[in-house]
Design a protein around this ligand. Structure first.
Ligand SMILES: [Zn+2]
Length: 351
């Protein structure tokens, strides 16, 4: 930690001299001043301290990043390093007294579970403060994946769904924004490096176009995955097989290259194939209720989600269902009735 207590005052490790009576501002247990070779001065609990807010053994990256982030966010309001919040038993790495709403910046360099993020986020919300998770090196080198997005994805004006990364070597914030999934389920986003809070408020200055999805390449990938019985596709192929079809022969009426918010698990295309397959295999009347249930079951089968820790998309499944049914109706496969739909013709599966 960078801040300790001395005679009821807070002192920055940079201004501290070696003496035996520094205390932790959270638990008031004794802490020692250390002077690392590359790290700069910092305080640490004695080994086996029972401090609940001690956090991980701090890395050079974490110590350095906290100071840099305090400087970076200073134009938003008065920043405080390691603000102890006794009411919620948390310590914010950097607290920003922003006029509209205080911001707690968490510089996350160590692993943290979904439960940990949920718990800490809820704590900050109880205080009426906005938690801003900024991720360190460990996360910056990960390929975009659901586990990362589920924990740390947030929504910011002009950046939409995004992740924030801090690089201590360049002293810059990297925003991976407009996060999305392609129809085959791959995650993507735009990347913008911002050097100031002003630039963060302005939003992205340019956007690159999303790569278009090559459906033939997706089918080749699925062929390889099915050949080695990959667990991602097996349950889906099993369900399609039960209706007498093969996943790879899906009708063109189900195909799509649309992008979605990054909640779709194995992707929009598989969801449409499963939902479409079940829809056209249904012999009972296609009531609103039955169709809604099928869409939701398909949503679960492709491991889609309707929320992350910080973002919820409760109507995503409804929205995709409405869109798909409208397409199938326009193409003449379905006809809407007062109570639901009737099948006009079956889409053709390919061999
Ligand atoms: Zn402590």
């Amino acid at each position: 930690m960078l801040i300790a207590e001395l005679a009821h005052h807070l002192i920055d490790a940079r201004a501290a001299t070696r003496r035996p009576d520094y205390r932790c501002p959270a638990c008031h247990g004794p802490v020692r001043l250390h002077r690392g070779q590359q790290v700069g001065p910092y305080f640490a609990h004695l080994p086996a301290s029972p401090c609940r807010l001690a956090g991980e053994g701090e890395t050079a990256e974490h110590l350095r990043g906290k100071r840099q982030l305090a400087t970076f966010f200073a134009s938003w309001g008065l920043t405080t390093l390691e603000r102890v919040l006794p009411a919620i038993q948390q310590r914010a790495d950097v607290w920003v007294d922003r006029a509209t709403q205080p911001v707690a910046v968490e510089f996350q360099c160590s692993p943290l579970s979904v439960h940990g993020v949920t718990h800490r986020t809820a704590g900050y919300h109880r205080l009426g403060c906005y938690p801003l998770w900024v991720l360190g090196h460990r996360y910056a080198h990960q390929k975009l994946n659901w586990s990362l997005l589920e924990r740390f994805m947030t929504w910011l004006p002009r950046w939409e769904l995004c992740l924030l990364f801090w690089d201590v070597t360049t002293n810059r914030l990297r925003v991976v924004h407009h996060l999305y999934q392609d129809a085959a389920g791959r995650y993507g986003g735009q990347t913008t490096v911002v050097g100031s809070v002003a630039a963060l408020m302005v939003g992205p200055t340019h956007m690159v176009t999303y790569p278009s999805l090559d459906l033939a390449a997706v089918q080749r990938r699925w062929t390889r995955q099915l050949a080695r019985s990959a667990p991602a596709l097996r349950p889906i192929q099993e369900q399609v097989y039960l209706t007498g079809h093969h996943l790879l022969g899906f009708p063109l009426a189900f195909a799509t290259t649309a992008i979605t918010p990054p909640f779709l698990g194995r992707g929009l295309l598989l969801w449409r194939i499963v939902f479409g397959t079940w829809l056209f295999a249904t012999t009972a009347p296609l009531t609103q209720q039955r169709v809604t249930a099928l869409a939701h079951r398909s949503f679960c089968l492709v491991a889609a989600h309707d929320q992350a820790v910080r973002v919820q998309v409760p109507h995503l499944c409804d929205h995709l269902r409405t869109q798909f049914l409208a397409e199938l109706t326009t193409a003449g496969y379905l006809r809407a009735t007062a109570t639901g739909w009737v099948i006009c013709r079956q889409p053709q599966w390919r061999h």
